[in-house]
Ligand binder design. Sequence first.
Ligand SMILES: [Zn+2]
Length: 644
Amino acid sequence: MSLDELKLKIKEEIPISSVIGNYLSIKKSGSSLLSLCPFHSDSKPSMHINDTKKMFKCFACDAAGDAIGFVMKYRNLDFVDALKEICQKQGINFDSYQEDKKSNPKLDMAKKILTKTAQLYRKTATTHKFIPYDDFIKKRGLSEEIATTYNLGFAPARNSLCDYLSSIPNDKDKTFALSIAEELGLIKRDRNNNEVHYDTFRDRIIFPIWDQFGQVIGFTSRAIRDDQKAKYMNSVDSFVFNKRNILYGFHLAKNAIREKDAVILVEGNMDQIALYNNGFHHTVAVMGVALGAPSLERLIGMTKNIYLALDSDGAGFTAMERINRQLAASGVVAKYLEFSPEKDPDEFLQMQGALAFQEKIDNAGTCFDVLLNKILPEKLPEVLDRKLEILNRVFEMMSPLGRHLAASERVVGLAKRLGLKAEPAQIVKTYEEFLEKIEAKEKVAARFQPKVKPAPASKYDEVEDEDPGISALEISELELQSKVIEEPKKILSKTEKLVVQELVQLPALFSEEKTLELLDLVSSVEVKKYIGKVRKVILEIDESEYSSVISNLTSSPEYSPELREAVSSALFKYKARELDAKTKNKILHDLKTKLQMELLKNKKDEIKKLQQACESEEEMTKLLQSLSELEVNLQALKKTKREI
Ligand SMILES: [Zn+2]
């Protein structure tokens, strides 16, 4: 794939608001999305962001363009670097496109075979009138239109794919194609005769699986008879197919997800098709029960309204717990749809219909509330220790949400239901202490084992394949730490902004004792908190991680657009470098003086205002006196500033 193609895909796939949202805070106003424009000094949100038109436009300064244009302009990057940054932030592997670009014959062949195979099975299904296939479509109530949309196919009980590949005239091409098809798991080598291949899928209904761009990357299949070994059979994981990173039906669902600002997550491809067939187009399926980090990021980049509609059995419940935890770690509180006595959403739709399903959606509670209800025994314990034990489990369950209000509210609510007499503030404090302990533990673990592989939570988990590396849970740990219950924000002053920028650009300053003295002179709570947080984080990380960790930490909506903007422009200028003690001292002293001067000037303005409103002479004298004292201090400060 060429860079131009990648550019098109980015434009098509990723809402521009999700790209810009990485840098600016976006407000919804009616049907439009607005942000403070970073390209002029903007006091009211003048920048309009339009996901449908895939454009941004500032009506004050006329800055306008698409998502890539925004990143180029805002981050001052060239085209390729802007693409790279977008890929990195959206969880797209840029390098794999680079490899593509260099024309990878293996990948090209794989794509060709996968596309051809899908066509072959589809053609078999539509032209040969296989009764099991027709029965399946009829029984499931699938229209011809749906079968076409999903490119449903049929693999007969003979080696149709092998025959097709063997008909390639050029011997070299044929051998290459057969070897790739084997690697993709579409055909197998005969154990008794190494020269002979046979088809993997035989007597099966075939469902192609696509990547987010609509390229066929594998298949899942369903047996047509009870005596067949596996009811469902998937493509094996290969260089093009990774079960964990697949959201089945995503390329069909993405527009509806954006339009409805919601997504329904189901467990299997049949559920996805059934929901789509019933008008719930904003549905995607996880393959198995695992949700890989890229899938997770892709979804929450599009919507925060996520409904989990998994199977009604124990495995489905475990999957719900697990996915809910993953989402919570990204600050998303998922909703839960429950279908028992029906075994899954597909069966529910067949038995009760689309209206009943919509009702489920309208009345859905959160996964957390369902889980919390499970923790509470039917008969509340009398003994205090037992109650505290339950409360501790509640803490544990809510911990992925961190200090999110959604967590503390529930913790307090549960304490009340348990009949605990402590004040809500006390409960919240205890919960926060619990979180601090977990965070401390995680940090230690992270330092000694960069990739902590969590022990499988249940038997069900054990059947899952390899760990995807860093889990979404780990990725969002930093983000989690920075989620604090909202406090009134104060816009930062010019000097405070400067302090933040200098520190971010020269991280060596964070560890200086004198930086703490600076904080005493800062009046913005936000800046104090921010600097405190970076000071802590910086001890834990490597220089090479600095930019990405800080920009991640700062992207939390907890911070004002002013602060986020100040930091990102400072990060842009950041270069790792050593500072000697003298330079550090000078910079810090300078900042301190500037802060002091600003404070004095603010006081001066205040006094001047008071003077205007002043009625008695006595009062006026006092004010004048304070004013002259201030002036003396200011002059003294200016002098030391010159001397340094
Ligand atoms: Zn503007």
